[in-house]
Design a protein around this ligand. Sequence first.
Ligand code: SF4
Ligand code: SF4
Length: 245
Amino acid sequence: MAPIPGSGLAKGLAVTLRTMTRKTVTEQYPDAQPELPPRTRGVIGLFEENCTVCMLCARECPDWCIYIDSHKETVPPAAPGGRERSRNVLDRFAIDFSLCMYCGICIEVCPFDALFWSPEFEYAETDIRDLTHERDKLREWMWTVPAPPALDPGAEEPKEIAAARKSAEKLAAAQAESAAQSESAAQAESAAQAESADQAESADQVQPQTEPAAEPPSSARPHTGTAAGPEPEPDTNRKPQEGES
Ligand code: SF4
Ligand code: SF4
């Protein structure tokens, strides 16, 4: 069937009209920041507190664009009599973003969660040599990493959270046990104090009855010539001494 003359024009005008009435999708960057998806691969952020300088990321990077320098330090033993340990201290961590192909292997292989994708994308430079970014810049980018999405309700609890929960429960149980022990010790002490106070009180009540019995009988007391007893009779046979009348 032959096409109706002018139908192509009408079809084209219909498309134009539809597009004219549709909302524009052009983003006015840089006046308006784009809304990026949460898993955007912009740059790599480094959380250097987690980095143990195991060098896995540098070894696995297909472009060999991760540069790490470190030195060893001796750590004194944690407890007296323990063994000294040595640990790696990070001196340099840099990524050359002019070589990086954003494969994400370094982030995947890091066993200590020290590397993360950041959606940051404004790091263009006019000199390619300036695209090698050092640890300070990588650390700055770390703070632009979005929070991880919420877990699926049916998902298994992450190992880290389970371990943290178990240690928190253990700590709470130990604290409760020590609190109960100190409470029972305080109760026992107060009971002992009350008992000793009772004993002292009963001893005070018993003392007046026992005091007279402790005194010697009056017949057994020596004659002192006081009002308590008769005056000793003078010895008439004794000769008077000189000076005596
Ligand atoms: S994303 Fe890939 S290419 Fe880039 S640094 Fe990591 S491992 Fe290397
Ligand atoms: S793999 Fe992770 S822990 Fe090991 S050196 Fe790289 S960033 Fe550090």
